[in-house]
Design a protein around this ligand. Structure first.
Ligand SMILES: Cc1cc2nc3c(=O)[nH]c(=O)nc-3n(C[C@H](O)[C@H](O)[C@H](O)COP(=O)(O)OP(=O)(O)OC[C@H]3O[C@@H](n4cnc5c(N)ncnc54)[C@H](O)[C@@H]3O)c2cc1C
Ligand SMILES: *[C@@H]1O[C@H](CO)[C@@H](O)[C@H](O)[C@H]1NC(C)=O
Ligand SMILES: *[C@@H]1O[C@H](CO)[C@@H](O)[C@H](O)[C@H]1NC(C)=O
Ligand SMILES: *[C@@H]1O[C@H](CO)[C@@H](O)[C@H](O)[C@H]1NC(C)=O
Ligand SMILES: *[C@@H]1O[C@H](CO)[C@@H](O)[C@H](O)[C@H]1NC(C)=O
Ligand SMILES: *[C@@H]1O[C@H](CO)[C@@H](O)[C@H](O)[C@H]1NC(C)=O
Ligand SMILES: *[C@@H]1O[C@H](CO)[C@@H](O)[C@H](O)[C@H]1NC(C)=O
Ligand SMILES: *[C@@H]1O[C@H](CO)[C@@H](O)[C@H](O)[C@H]1NC(C)=O
Ligand SMILES: *[C@@H]1O[C@H](CO)[C@@H](O)[C@H](O)[C@H]1NC(C)=O
Length: 592
């Protein structure tokens, strides 16, 4: 059953099937036995499905709980992406965190996509790879050089298709063409709509304060420190996601690839022993009101993301024996790290009123301009609606070496080339009448660790999500230090005559009040990783080996963001894509 040589099954299945479809109903699915069953048609899952079905002899079923991304306007139109951040919406799992001790006990909204493409279909589209130091630390933490920056770099190129911006503006001096891919499934581009007044002042600030805020031509070189132009997963004015890219018509039509929507996986079933290890033969899922089992003859691949993957493992009896026993879930394998070591970023927005109408509010607060922008996007995929509202530039910055944060904890960043902070610079504020700019400040090298656990033996109950925001004193003190950097940035003379009053006057507060304000307002980074972490093959902790196979189980892998041991100093979709690209290669290597 697990012999890498047994491709006969795949060939047999392949023979009888016509054009692949995106199935809405399990009754239409041609069969329930495949070589590989991929759980979750998200950012990583669709990469794996695409790459494995390059071999026509291999059959793959993708089970996705959520709905189709087809025709979902707020997914297609970059400018409308913010609509996903509403806490409850049809394309979300509608999660809330557990009460966060670091946030004065607040339980906060926690976004996770419930549609094909996963978070790549609803995220902020910011494209950042992280630092060379991040990946070199992954190599160190796993004992596998294959995760180092140099060896992962080709996978960034394989994933990416660099694309001119929708407004065809001259991009000279805004990125380094030498480090981008040109033939991958995911379009990446500089913004196709400009905010000239705001952007000019940002560049002026890098010239005025080059010690603190040096200009960085391309933050995706592995050396992200400094301030540069944001790149986004957008092509020709539309969002590019794992659904639009890796399941594009050429791929979804492969006869050996089936994708079933509205199929929520409850747990892995049919345990047998294989060479002394337990192995699951089936994936149980709910479709409509009924339960079904899909069988995988080669491997089951969990790509349900940093929340869904540990939840399914725990539901299946793979996790901490004592915790499972207490809930009445029979243990298949005692693997205490499942769901532990969650690592995420915390965000805090600093907003100022501005003396300019060249901000996003000029569109969102003017129905005439909003409709014009909508019309323009509908007819030509240009105009303000091609702008993702997540920022024109980002700064990747470090704490000063004498920061008081280092009195409470040693430097948690992976190296001197990696940031402690992100400053995402937006020409907009909150929903107040007027015009604003914002520095979205994130603590991107957190010490805090959280967890994802289950609270009952009902596999369909919501998991308990505890990202541990500001649980570590280091993270809280560091974030407060970051506030000073944001203030320093907007104190440059480039902003004189432009910047008005802040919406929250942090400068007038003492340190205690500032800390209270941070704890009262910090929001989720939505970049959780680590809940099914890689560790060296012989480690006594961790969930997967460096080849992403689940420790102690046969025929099961995890390929998604949850395998990264620590959150990178970056938005996490690019890191997820390279985990998936390499993960698919690791599967192919075993079975050829
Ligand atoms: C609101 C938000 C904004 C973000 N903004 C950015 C950004 O601007 N730039 C960036 O780089 N990153 C961003 N991220 C993070 C990034 O998108 C994620 O880290 C990455 O996409 C995670 O990929 P994944 O494959 O691990 O999981 P996902 O993409 O979440 O895929 C998991 C899939 O599995 C499905 N699933 C889960 N459980 C089950 C089950 N039981 N049965 C069947 N299917 C299941 C889900 O519905 C989902 O489709 C953002 C994330 C969020 C939530
Ligand atoms: C989240 O809530 C919306 C609105 O009620 C609903 O349409 C959607 O199906 C919910 N998501 C899940 C996973 O139940
Ligand atoms: C990881 O780094 C530490 C500290 O530099 C070093 O001692 C250790 O040998 C490294 N481990 C691997 C597997 O490279
Ligand atoms: C697999 O498990 C399901 C439910 O646990 C059961 O109904 C089914 O008969 C099992 N299939 C095999 C082949 O053992
Ligand atoms: C969390 O990760 C660290 C390594 O970064 C490891 O030492 C520890 O055992 C892990 N904890 C769990 C519960 O897996
Ligand atoms: C809204 O936009 C229209 C079209 O650009 C403009 O004529 C009008 O003055 C704007 N209204 C306000 C209140 O700014
Ligand atoms: C643009 O197209 C969308 C989807 O068809 C539609 O809902 C919207 O009203 C259109 N905008 C305008 C201004 O016509
Ligand atoms: C702002 O800049 C002025 C000089 O232009 C300086 O005196 C002042 O200390 C700065 N304030 C902050 C908070 O950086
Ligand atoms: C900070 O300000 C608060 C409220 O004004 C006050 O109660 C507190 O004593 C101050 N703390 C310090 C350290 O000055």
């Amino acid at each position: 059953m697990f012999s890498p040589a047994s491709t006969i099954l795949g060939v047999l299945f392949f023979g009888g099937v016509g054009l692949c479809k995106l199935y809405e109903d399990v009754a239409d699915l041609p069969r329930l036995q495949y070589d590989y069953v991929v759980v979750g048609g998200g950012t990583a899952g669709n990469v794996v499905a695409n790459r494995l079905t390059e071999n026509p002899d291999v059959s793959v079923l993708v089970l996705e709980a959520g709905v189709s991304n087809e025709g979902v306007l707020i997914s297609e139109v970059p400018f409308l992406g913010n609509d996903f951040f509403a806490s409850i919406n049809p394309y979300s799992w509608n999660y809330t965190t557990t009460p966060q001790t670091g946030l004065n006990g607040r339980a906060i909204s926690y976004a996770r996509a419930y549609l094909l493409g996963g978070c790549s279909s609803h995220n902020g589209m910011v494209y950042t790879r992280g630092a060379q130091d991040d990946f070199d630390r992954y190599a160190n933490l796993t004992g596998d050089e294959g995760w180092s920056w140099n060896q992962i770099f080709p996978y960034f190129l394989k994933n990416e298709k660099w694309t001119p911006p929708a407004d065809q503006h001259d991009t000279h001096g805004q990125f380094n063409p030498g480090i981008h891919g040109t033939a991958g499934p995911i379009s990446v581009s500089l913004s196709g709509f400009q905010w000239p007044d705001f952007q000019r002042r940002i560049i002026q600030t890098t010239e005025e304060l080059p010690d603190d805020f040096p200009f960085n031509l391309d933050m995706n070189s592995g050396q992200p420190l400094g301030v540069g132009w944001v790149q986004s997963t957008i092509g020709h004015g539309e969002r590019s996601s794992s659904a639009t890219g890796y399941l594009a018509p050429d791929f979804i039509q492969r006869p050996n690839l089936d994708v079933l929507l509205h199929a929520q996986v409850s747990k892995l079933v049919n345990v047998t022993q294989h060479q002394g290890k337990p192995s699951f033969g089936g994936v149980q899922f709910r479709s409509g009101a009924s339960l079904f089992v899909a069988e995988a003859s080669k491997e089951i691949i969990l790509s349900a993301g940093s929340i869904g993957t540990p939840q399914i493992l725990l539901n299946s009896g793979v996790g901490d024996h004592n915790a499972l026993h207490a809930l009445g879930i029979p243990t298949v394998l005692d693997l205490p790290s499942v769901g532990q070591n969650a690592s995420d970023h915390s965000y805090f927005g600093l907003t100022w009123a501005v003396n300019s109408d060249d901000t996003i509010e000029s569109i969102t607060q003017n129905a005439t301009r909003f409709n014009e922008a909508s019309e323009q996007w509908n007819t030509s995929r240009t105009g303000p609606f091609v702008f993702p509202q997540t920022g024109t530039h980002a700064g990747w910055l470090r704490l000063s070496q004498d920061s008081p944060a280092f009195d409470v904890h040693a430097d948690p960043s992976p190296g001197p080339g990696a940031p402690h902070f992100e400053l995402l610079l937006l020409p907009s504020g909150q929903d107040l009448p007027g015009n604003f700019v914002t520095a979205l400040l994130a603590m991107v090298s957190p010490v805090s660790r959280g967890s994802v656990t289950v609270s009952s033996d009902d596999p369909f109950a919501d998991p308990l999500i505890d990202p541990g925001y500001l649980a570590s004193e280091f993270d809280a003190i560091a974030l407060r230090e970051g506030v000073k950097l944001a203030q320093k940035f907007f104190n440059a003379s480039a902003w004189h005559g432009y910047l008005g009053a802040p919406t929250i006057n942090l400068a007038a507060m003492n340190a205690t009040e500032q800390m209270a304000t941070l704890r009262a307002n910090v929001a989720s980074g939505s970049h959780t990783v680590g809940t099914a972490s890689m560790s060296p093959r012989d480690a006594t902790y961790g969930v997967v080996n460096p080849d992403l196979t689940v420790k102690g189980i046969a025929g099961l892998r995890v390929i998604d963001a949850s395998v990264l041991p620590i959150v990178p100093g970056a938005h996490t979709q690019a890191a997820t894509y390279v985990v998936a690209e390499r993960g698919a290669d690791l599967v192919k290597q075993l079975w050829t």
